[in-house]
Design a protein around this ligand. Structure first.
Ligand SMILES: [Zn+2]
Length: 348
C-alpha cells in the first residue's frame, strides 16, 4: 500500500515537472549564471555594427559584380547568379519563416482554444500565397491592358498584340517584332522591380524578429555565438535579395536605398529589443500571435514568389529552355543557395 503511494507520488511529480517548466518558460525571465544585463550591452552594440556591415557586404556583392563584363544580363553567369539568389529566397521561406511560425503558433504559452485546434500557420501561408498570385495576375493584366491601348502598332496584326500580352503575363518572352520590343522589355523590367520590392518586404519580418530576440536577450553565454550566426545569416540572405535587386536594374541611388534598407533591418530589431527589453516578452501570447501570423503570411509570399516569379519564370523562359547544360548549372546554383540558407536555419 505504502509503496504504491510512493510510486503514485513519483509518477505525479514527474507529470507535474514539465508543466512547471512550461510555466517558467512563458514567464520569460530566467535566473542563471549566464544572465548579465551589463555584460550583454557591449555585445549587443558589437552585434549592431557587425551585422550592419556583413548585411551590406552580402547585399552589395551581387550588385558589385555588375561591373564584370561576364555578368551582363545576356551572359550565362547572370542567369546562374539569379538562380543562386532564388534558392536562398526559397529556403528563407521554407526553412526559416514557415517553421518559425509553426513554432510560435503551436507554443504551449498559447491557449488551447483556438490555437491548438487548427493549423493556423498553414492556413495563413496558403491564403497569403493565393493573395500574392491574385495581386500578381491582376496587376499584370491591368498594366498590359493600359499599355496595349496606348501602344501604337507600326505593322498592325493580332500576332504582335499577343506578343505584348504574353510577355507581360509571363516573363522572359522577348518580343521579336520591332514595335513591341521596347514595350515588352519595359513591362518585364517593371515586373522585376515590383518583385524586388515585395521580396524585400517579405524578408523584413524575419530579419527584424531575429534582431529583436537578440536585443531582448541578456544571456551572455549564447549571445556571442548568436551574433556570428546572424552575421552569416544576413550576409547570405543579402546575397539572395541582392540578386533580385540586380535584375531590377535600378539606378544607383535606388539600389543603394534598397540595400541600405535591408541592411538596417536586423540592427533595427536589436535596438528595438534593447529599448523594449523590460516590456517585450518573446513568449507572451500577444507577441507569439502577432509575430507568428506575420511570419506565416510572409512565408506564403516568399514561397510563391521564389517558385513562380523567380524559379519558374527563369527555368521555363527562353534562355534556359534553350540549353540543358545551362539548366543543370543553374540547378546546381539553386541547390547551393537553398542548401546554404537551410544550414543557417540551424542557428537563427
Ligand atoms: Zn533565419
Amino acid at each position: 500500500m505504502n509503496s504504491k503511494l510512493v510510486i503514485l507520488f513519483i509518477i505525479l511529480s514527474n507529470l507535474s515537472l514539465p508543466v512547471v517548466s512550461v510555466v517558467d518558460d512563458c514567464g520569460a525571465q530566467q535566473y542563471d549564471a549566464c544572465i548579465n544585463k551589463k555584460k550583454a550591452l557591449p555585445l549587443k552594440i558589437i552585434a549592431i555594427v557587425s551585422i550592419l556591415l556583413t548585411s551590406m557586404i552580402g547585399v552589395s556583392f551581387p550588385l558589385l559584380t555588375r561591373s564584370i563584363p561576364a555578368l551582363s544580363p545576356d551572359r550565362n553567369l547572370f542567369v546562374i547568379v539569379k538562380a543562386f539568389a532564388a534558392g536562398i529566397i526559397l529556403a528563407t521561406g521554407f526553412m526559416h519563416v514557415l517553421p518559425d511560425s509553426f513554432d510560435m503558433l503551436s507554443s504551449s504559452c498559447l491557449k488551447d482554444n483556438p490555437w491548438h485546434k487548427f493549423p493556423f500557420t498553414g492556413f495563413v501561408a496558403m491564403l497569403s500565397a493565393i493573395i500574392t498570385l491574385m495581386i500578381d495576375s491582376m496587376a499584370t493584366s491591368l498594366y498590359s491592358k493600359k499599355h496595349k491601348a496606348a501602344l501604337v502598332l507600326p505593322e498592325s496584326g493580332g500576332d504582335q498584340e499577343m506578343a505584348v500580352v504574353e510577355a507581360a503575363a509571363h516573363s522572359h518572352f522577348h518580343g521579336h517584332h520591332h514595335g513591341s520590343k521596347l514595350e515588352v522589355e519595359g513591362s518585364q523590367l517593371l515586373r522585376y522591380r515590383v518583385i524586388a520590392m515585395v521580396l524585400e518586404l517579405g524578408i523584413i519580418v524575419h530579419s527584424v524578429v531575429i534582431g529583436l530576440s537578440l536585443g531582448a536577450s541578456n544571456n551572455t553565454c549564447s549571445i556571442k555565438g548568436l551574433v556570428a550566426a546572424l552575421c552569416f545569416h544576413q550576409m547570405f540572405e543579402g546575397m539572395g535579395l541582392g540578386g533580385c535587386i540586380l535584375q531590377a536594374e535600378y539606378k544607383f541611388l535606388k539600389k543603394a536605398a534598397m540595400a541600405f534598407f535591408f541592411s538596417v533591418t536586423t540592427p533595427f530589431g536589436i535596438a528595438l529589443g534593447l529599448a523594449l527589453a523590460s516590456s517585450y516578452k518573446e513568449n507572451s501570447p500577444r507577441a507569439l500571435i502577432t509575430v507568428g501570423l506575420l511570419n506565416a503570411s510572409s512565408a506564403g509570399l516568399l514561397i510563391y514568389m521564389a517558385l513562380v516569379d523567380l524559379l519558374a519564370a527563369d527555368f521555363m523562359g527562353q534562355k534556359l529552355q534553350g540549353s540543358v547544360k545551362l539548366q543543370i548549372k543553374s540547378y546546381v546554383a539553386v541547390l547551393l543557395g537553398a542548401g546554404g540558407m537551410s544550414l543557417m536555419a540551424k542557428w537563427a
